[in-house]
Write a protein that binds this ligand. Structure first.
Ligand code: MN
Length: 290
């Protein structure tokens, strides 16, 4: 997993930012206000990533409606919470609450019907939902959950006081995240850097990825291009990721996954390879086969 290969074309190349976006305001579920960062007119997708939503509000009206019962087929949904609590419940009897710092990695596969509702009536709710595509051969796999509370996510300490919460993938220092995933061999790191602190990570050439700044700001690559708070930067070609923090503490998510390079047919909550398969998904859902 995530092995580095010195013969790879990008082995010695620094990764620079290829594109910046702060997303667009959107509404989904029952009126939840969010920022759509991937899956927007600016970045339609970043193979294998189909969608990235950020939600952040302390106004109950912005989130209280939640995401009532809806289906998924053909991809994975990753929910990562920074603040607040979300209750998840599906049609197979699976139920749980995601708490701050916790992650739910759901492989929807051939189909799941679930609801995702705020487990709070006031206060701050902040987090992300990421959709990761599944390879054609695995789209109809049985649904699987991987859920980890903050307390069981490895926290690698950096030399100058920062730390990395390793949710998926393996850091250059060898800390491995608990999420198992051979489909896109993903990285999902939550990196906190002290002022002026640097961070290095090797990312295989096969992967596409992005940074999203939760707090503060980071400089990226040899050009030291600045990525500000609540902005996403698409990672360009290369395998050597270098980050440094500015004058303040910074927190940034680094997410990467293996490109699938397969045709994508979208139909709302279903993401397949052909229109025919999307139509079949709607049919199966309506016929109660999920
Ligand atoms: Mn959902």
């Amino acid at each position: 997993m995530n092995a580095s290969n010195q013969n790879s074309p990008g082995y010695n190349k620094f990764i620079e930012l290829a594109q910046l976006t702060s997303g667009i305001p959107a509404s989904d579920g029952d009126g939840v206000r969010l920022t759509r960062i991937i899956g927007s007119p600016e970045i339609d997708m970043l193979d294998p990533f189909l969608l990235l939503d950020a939600f952040e509000s302390d106004r109950p009206d912005d989130y209280i409606g939640g995401f009532p019962e809806h289906p998924h087929r053909g991809f994975e949904t990753v929910t990562y919470l920074l603040a607040g609590r979300m209750r998840h419940k599906d049609n197979k009897g699976h139920e749980g609450v995601i708490e701050p710092g916790g992650v739910q990695w759901m492989t929807a596969g051939r189909g799941i019907i679930h609801s995702e509702m705020p487990e709070q009536e006031d206060g701050l709710l902040r987090g992300f939902q990421l959709w990761i595509n599944l390879p054609a051969a695995e789209k109809m796999t049985a649904p699987v959950y991987q859920e980890f509370a903050a307390s069981v996510i490895p926290n690698e300490r950096l030399e100058n006081g920062g730390n990395i919460k390793v949710i998926a993938g393996r850091t250059d220092s060898g800390t491995e995240g608990p999420v198992k995933n051979d489909y896109t061999v993903p990285f999902f790191l939550d990196i906190q850097l002290e002022p002026g602190e640097t961070f290095h990570q090797h990312i295989p050439y096969s992967h596409a990825g992005f940074l999203y700044v939760v707090m503060g700001g980071v400089r990226v690559g040899q050009t030291k291009a600045i990525l500000n708070s609540r902005s996403l930067g698409v990672l360009g070609d290369g395998e050597k990721l270098h980050l440094s923090s500015g004058a303040e503490v910074s927190r940034v998510l680094m997410v990467a996954g293996k490109r699938l390079n397969e045709p994508v047919a979208r139909g709302g909550p279903f993401v397949m390879n052909t229109k025919q398969e999307v139509k079949k998904a709607f049919q199966d859902y309506q016929e109660g086969q999920f």
